[in-house]
Design a protein around this ligand. Structure first.
Ligand SMILES: Cc1cc2nc3c(=O)[nH]c(=O)nc-3n(C[C@H](O)[C@H](O)[C@H](O)COP(=O)(O)OP(=O)(O)OC[C@H]3O[C@@H](n4cnc5c(N)ncnc54)[C@H](O)[C@@H]3O)c2cc1C
Length: 496
């Protein structure tokens, strides 16, 4: 099939990025407290990769979901942190500005990204409110110049480096009381009255080229900087976050493909006991898992490519987006751990991709919704539906549920069990993992029907079956166990 101009652009960008990273290894191996120096950033950004996220009307490449996923994928194959930087700018900043920004702000932001290699990020998290983000305390009030924003935000990716921010706030109602709804504002760092002060840079464990830290918000922005929700601000945030969680599949695919390729090459070349690693059953087990994750991740991209256009409202896509995010990021971390295990001591180096991959992929299980919480929410949504229909058999429910009705039959023997509606939270996590794996493996059926290799699809369905069997076997045995917080008395083996 003939490649489009943008597809050729993405391929050339990948080759250029590979060259830059080979010639400048310090980009990834040095812990840049305040982020990658501008000259290195400009090397990466000079071909204007972020144009892919910008509508054609403003001089960009149109923001087609398939192109956005594709540039994230090819970038992640070369470097996970660079891909995350692009994902932050694209999914967390340019997409919401394109969908909800006012005309004047949009024209200015897009031109700045296209002409000045600008970067943008999103600040939601506060020191006191992370998972519980809707209780945030950053507020806004109207002023004669527009809006006054005040508060404290931390862990915003590209802290101190982004030229533009989307800052989430709640309306000040007087006497310190805040409205429940959330509003988002564009804040431009080059404007003195909009400058966000970095109070501290954080020494992060991985993702060395992305700066993180604590920010003080005390800025005034013009009224044109406010994003305009189609209904409520919370729904705007759900649409934004669901799209971003789904689009993480682009980053995941490039990363997992790299883990798979590195693992295969290493196992072909490494001889232990006069045969190469490919000859060992446990090694084959690890590689077949990696290959299954590659397939499932491809299916997530195939699904996301179809549904994640800005014209679609993803507010109600919680189950699909949260399942994709949690399963994907678990697979990313497991893939990195597998590569590190297979490469042995050689991999445990900062200048080896395996060691870096473990540290760099770990926070994906924490940000954009902690995976534990995602799984609990998925389970609660399904339990609510089961309760409504009074169905306690997991298989029967899943075989009639619209997101899993086609895949459930493959696992009938595993899923046939009775569920209690009042589960322990830890059991909900396991149930959430089961449901999320069913939802995302149903995407594999669509991928296969669209012409993807049948042997890879079959392998993925089988590997998921093994995981489901392990998960199901642990559901019924779980008893509540509580931490004994004051455990120190009579618990030192030397003194008893
Ligand atoms: C590398 C990195 C990049 C980030 N990028 C951004 C960004 O660009 N913008 C931004 O705004 N934020 C960002 N964050 C912040 C991230 O979104 C938050 O860390 C995340 O939402 C969790 O909040 P928290 O750290 O305050 O943890 P907490 O809310 O304290 O939660 C910690 C843990 O407690 C457990 N927990 C919490 N609630 C429950 C519950 N109801 N039931 C059971 N267990 C629970 C979970 O295990 C959870 O992981 C980033 C964080 C990291 C590490």
């Amino acid at each position: 099939m003939k490649q489009s101009e943008t597809e050729i652009f993405i391929r050339d960008f990948q080759q250029n990025l590979r060259k830059i990273l080979i010639e400048n290894p310090e980009i990834e191996t040095v812990n840049h407290l305040e982020g990658l120096p501008r000259q290195d950033l400009n090397k990466i950004l000079s071909p204007k990769p972020l144009s892919v996220f910008i509508p054609t009307k403003y001089g960009g490449r149109g923001g087609k979901p398939v192109h956005c996923l594709s540039i994230l994928e090819t970038t992640a194959y070369e470097s996970l942190p660079v891909a995350l930087m692009m994902g932050i700018c694209g999914s967390l900043f340019l997409d919401p500005v394109g969908k909800y920004g006012q005309e004047k702000a949009k024209a200015h932001v897009f031109s700045s990204f296209l002409n000045d290699n600008s970067l943008g990020g999103l600040m939601i998290t506060e020191p006191e409110f992370g998972t519980d983000a809707l209780s945030m305390r950053t507020s806004y009030s109207t002023s004669d110049k527009g809006y006054l924003l005040k508060g404290s935000k931390h862990w915003g990716g590209l802290t101190g480096l982004a030229d533009f921010w989307l800052v989430t706030t709640r309306k000040e109602k007087g006497n310190g009381r805040l409205a429940r709804d959330i509003n988002l504002f564009i804040v431009e760092q080059s404007q003195p009255e909009q400058k966000i002060e970095v109070e501290e840079y954080y020494h992060k464990l991985g993702l060395f080229l992305i700066p993180y830290g604590l920010n003080k918000i005390d800025v005034t922005v013009p009224s044109t900087s406010k994003l305009i929700p189609h209904s409520s601000g919370v729904k705007l945030m759900m649409d934004l976050l669901h799209r971003s969680r789904l689009r993480l599949s682009g980053i995941g695919l490039g990363f997992i493909k790299r883990m798979l390729d590195e693992s295969i090459v290493h196992c072909q070349q490494r001889y232990v006991g006069r045969k190469n690693l490919l000859n060992y059953d446990q090694v084959q087990h690890r590689l077949s898992q990696l290959q299954a994750w590659y397939t499932i991740n491809s299916a997530m991209c195939h699904y996301t490519g179809r549904v994640s256009g800005l014209e679609n409202n993803l507010t109600t896509f919680g189950l699909q987006a949260n399942s994709t995010k949690a399963v994907l990021t678990d697979m990313m971390q497991d893939a990195a751990q597998s590569l590190l295990q297979l490469t042995g001591a050689k991999g445990y180096r900062r200048d080896h991709i395996a060691g870096r991959a473990v540290a760099d992929s770990r926070p994906f299980q924490i940000f954009e919704g902690s995976n534990d919480v995602m799984y609990i929410q998925i389970a609660e949504a399904v339990l609510k539906e089961m309760k409504k229909t009074k169905e306690t058999d997991l298989y029967i429910f899943m075989s009639e549920f619209e997101l899993t009705e086609r895949i459930a039959g493959y696992y009938k023997h595993i899923l046939t069990l009775k569920l209690d509606f009042e589960l322990l939270q830890r059991t909900k996590v396991i149930l959430g993992k089961i449901v999320a794996r069913l939802i995302t493996t149903e995407f594999v059926l669509d991928l296969s029907a669209a012409g993807f290799r049948a042997d890879l699809a079959e392998n993925a369905i089988q590997v998921v079956g093994n995981t489901l069997a392990e998960l199901v076997s642990s559901v019924s045995d779980l008893q509540p166990v509580y931490v004994i917080e004051e455990y120190r008395d009579s618990s030192d083996w030397k003194l008893i």
